[in-house]
Design a protein around this ligand. Structure first.
Ligand code: GCU
Length: 609
């Protein structure tokens, strides 16, 4: 057992930047975001919740559209027969949490609006314990109340948030009420127009998190950028004063490192560590234990370095090729938003069956089960925030909202070895306000995490009939260039790819983050007949041949693993409100193109790629 407490001179700046951004994220949330909730002492509030569908927001506004003092959050019961109360959670319908409302009740399939959730619970209060209520996600705006008191509001449908309820909780008959509104707004993130279903509700787990009065709020333990044998990071205690002692242990490696907190509860961490490095072939995870005198928290963390070298993406010092597929957070067989470990295991197993070592989790942060399972299964991850298509670039609140979602994503997942890329945008139109908006996001991400690569799914344009150019101005701020292209579907016929050349102006790794074509499983015909499996197969064959000719190509994530619901796809008998670009149907059936990509990935694997 070796004990090290050497202070690393480089750490002060790194921690100062983290501290100020941590404050930014916290400011947009009433209190700091607690990380590694799966590793904590929790009481699940999952299960049946009573709900009230409220399209006119009668539970929030009076007839003058002024916020009411006696809204549904009061959960008022009539005290006498003459009392006039026009709602009653306890005799209202129930929905399952976690779960979107659209796939649980046919009447709500297309519903966009407000829906109220109520959950009653008892809780035995304890000395020197604090209590938080934690939400894995709620789409899109959540107003949260406990026992009639407002706890706060969260905006953003795909990232976690929590509120402290220590002073408000009672031993008996607590009622937690959440107003969830998934109405789309022009100034929101995403904005009005998306090609995915706007599933509403408490789409991920809800839990009570019990912690000691001083607890480990957040931490980062990763290899220092550019190092293969030095761990660097921090531990943040909540409720601590200066001089609190913390131990960071990796028992399997016989490492125990002692640090102390500064006045803000922060402790810098930096120590040498000769560890088995995480790779897709050997996704080694170590149990890491962070303990204070009266508390300990453990996590399973993989250690790997990810970097670029010219046009190469380098994992633990070795160039890699990302054999990927794009995935939406939808449970194909059950329908609706995916949230469980089973959902994640099914999606990632299908990706591995394809021969993938990489997945693009599009277009928003997926649930924590997905990235923790990717850690275990050895699948590298592209994580993204929904800055999608044409956002309001000049709107400062929109920027803050995007920054907050990015901050919450990074705070939740920056100890996940599988996550190698943060993406700040998808198919956004080049303009100065847009460039500034994305640059700000890129800077925010770099300040929160220096160890991972920054990218975005950008577009390309034609220099002439046959030359495609990738020269998005934001590319200069990115580590890896992402590009979506639909040669053979939105852009010409499949064979068009044969005559195209690619001009990539920057010497950086390129990932073709989308290509593909729609096909209805079981629909067959000539390869020039759209919507058939033969057409989709043909697109893949021409695409793969074309992409092989791009010198700086270091990865791809074709669009998409499975068919998924989209309100933009009404074509009867074929789409029926599904985007059919999946290689697997919504019933789990593999289309012909699935095997084309699988064969290509097998070839790459035999070439050691
Ligand atoms: C776009 C977009 C996807 C969309 C896909 C399609 O590139 O990024 O969200 O689903 O094209 O049109 O199928």
């Amino acid at each position: 057992m070796n004990i090290t407490s050497k202070i690393d001179r480089r750490a002060p700046l790194f921690v100062a930047i983290i501290l100020c951004l941590h404050i930014t994220v916290a400011a947009q949330q009433s209190i700091p975001l607690i990380t590694n909730v799966p590793g904590r002492n929790t009481i699940s509030l999952n299960g049946s919740w009573q709900v009230i569908i409220d399209p006119y927001e009668t539970g929030y506004y009076d007839y003058r559209f002024q916020p009411r003092g006696d809204g549904y959050f009061k959960n008022t019961q009539p005290q006498s027969p003459s009392d006039l109360i026009e709602y009653d959670f306890d005799s209202s319908q129930q929905l399952q949490v976690p779960g979107d409302w659209n796939s649980q009740d046919q009447r709500l399939l297309f519903y966009e609006g407000t829906l109220w959730y109520k959950k009653s619970f008892d809780y035995q209060r304890k000395d020197r314990k604090r209590l938080f209520v934690y939400f894995g996600a709620a789409n899109y705006v959540a107003d949260v109340y406990l026992n009639g008191e407002k706890l706060g509001r969260h905006e953003g449908g795909f990232t976690p948030f929590n509120f402290e309820i220590t002073s408000l909780v009672k031993d008996k008959d607590n009622f937690l009420v959440v107003k969830v509104d998934n109405k789309r707004r022009r100034d929101a993130v995403p904005t009005l127009n998306t090609d995915w279903w706007n599933y509403g509700g408490l789409t991920r787990e809800v839990a009570l998190v019990e912690v000691p009065s001083t607890f480990v709020e957040d931490y980062v333990l990763q290899l220092r950028k550019g190092s293969l044998d030095e761990i660097q990071g921090f531990v943040k205690l909540n409720g601590a004063t200066a001089g609190e002692s913390i131990a960071v242990e990796i028992p399997e490696a016989k490492i125990k490192h002692a640090v102390t907190t500064d006045s803000k509860g922060y402790a810098q961490v930096s120590f040498p560590a000769k560890l088995q490095l995480w790779t897709p072939e050997n996704p080694k995870l170590y149990e890491v234990v962070i303990s204070t005198p009266d508390n300990s928290l453990s996590d399973r963390i993989g250690f790997r370095s990810i970097d670029t070298r010219g046009a190469d993406i380098v994992l633990n010092g070795k160039p890699i090729f990302l054999r990927g597929i794009s995935i939406h957070e939808e449970s194909p067989l059950r329908g609706g938003r995916a949230f469980s470990e089973e959902d994640a295991r099914m999606l990632l197993s299908w990706a591995k069956e394809l021969g993938c070592n990489f997945v693009r989790l599009a277009h928003y942060p997926h649930n924590e089960n997905m990235v923790r399972l990717a850690d275990e299964m050895g699948v590298m991850v592209w994580a993204e925030i929904p800055v999608y298509w044409t956002i309001l670039w000049d709107n400062q609140d929109t920027l803050k909202n995007a920054q907050n979602q990015l901050g919450e994503l990074i705070t939740r997942d920056r100890n996940r070895a599988s996550v190698i890329l943060w993406s700040v945008a998808n198919e956004t139109p080049v303009s100065e306000p847009r460039n500034v908006f994305l640059k700000t996001l890129i800077d925010s991400a770099r300040a929160l995490d220096q160890t991972r690569l920054l990218t975005a799914a950008n577009e390309r344009h034609y220099a002439d009939q046959t030359t495609q150019v990738i020269d998005d101005p934001v590319g200069r701020y990115l580590d890896v260039l992402g590009c979506n292209e639909y040669v053979g579907w939105y852009d010409g016929l499949p064979e068009k790819a044969d005559g195209l050349t690619w001009k990539v102006t920057l010497n950086k790794p390129l990932i073709i983050s989308e290509f593909g074509a729609d096909a209805l499983f079981g629909k067959h015909g000539g390869k020039a007949q759209r919507w058939t499996e033969e057409y989709q197969k043909d697109v893949y064959e021409h695409q793969i041949a074309m992409l092989k000719r791009i010198p700086s190509l270091r990865g791809m994530s074709p669009w998409i693993l499975t068919d998924f619901r989209s309100p933009r796809r009404p074509l009867p008998g074929i789409q029926d409100f599904f985007n059919r670009k999946g290689l697997i149907s919504s019933r789990g059936e593999r289309k012909q193109a699935f095997f084309v990509l699988q064969k290509f990935y097998k070839e790459l694997m035999t070439e050691g790629k």
